[in-house]
Design a protein around this ligand. Sequence first.
Ligand SMILES: [Zn+2]
Length: 293
Amino acid sequence: MTADHVLEFPGGYTRTTGPVIGRFLTELRDGRLVGVRTGEGRTLVPPLEYDPATGDPVTGEWVEVGPAGTVTASAWVRRPLDGHPLDRPFAWALIRLDGADTALVHAVDAGNPKALPPGTRVRPVWRATRTGHITDISHFAPEVTKIVSPIRAAYKLTASPALTRFLHGVRDGIFIGGRCAVCDKVYVPYRLTCPGCGNPISEEVTLPDTGTITTFAINNLPDPRAPEVPFVSAYILLDGADIPMIALVGGIPAHEVRQGMRVRAVWVPEDERTLSMSNIKWFAPTGEPDVEL
Ligand SMILES: [Zn+2]
């Protein structure tokens, strides 16, 4: 036979705190966490009247601790009961406040038990109205250690005079390169200094839109610049140029692209062109015999 009993003091049960706990609770009401020093210099939080290690009375010296602290151990409460500080699953945790040598027990709102390994940093969440009770701290919450930031960079690119010249050419459907007067090499896109000898380049050269594939790659991952997958990107040596430029290859199945293949630029319609490389849809085979590289 069993019977349920409830022991309750409906009006509350008043007891005096003693000077040590009283000081702790008074500071708590003011939103501060304090500990008391022992004769050996340790700081007890929550404070005690006697040092549990030596049995000696504590010193009466008070120090502010926390408010943050470190969880040393915790127990997960899956189904909170009436009177528990939170109405959702939470942890009872031993929390060593910064500056304290002992840990106090309080609730931590951690979301899930895995989020609260020993060593987790927590901070108190205070109640708006405080009365000088340990529940003046509603609970503790883990410190913020990560955030999700949306990233978007909008920027203006100012093209160099040489690149500007080149892009104007591309808008008009021609490739503009530069010839180095010292080493006679022709570079495309147009640039103002020879990468080979460092000499300024002053001679502008207009190149045809035909060339030869020197190397290529078949790409199986989508790219916003490519119309389909798989797509081929290739180094194309324009006729008359000494260095290749990179571009897409189209108008042919990817597996049929080969080194030495002759290609010609396919331009987007004139009224769709901008000052960018997207004016070149891709390079497509000309049908001429392959070139020995
Ligand atoms: Zn040069």
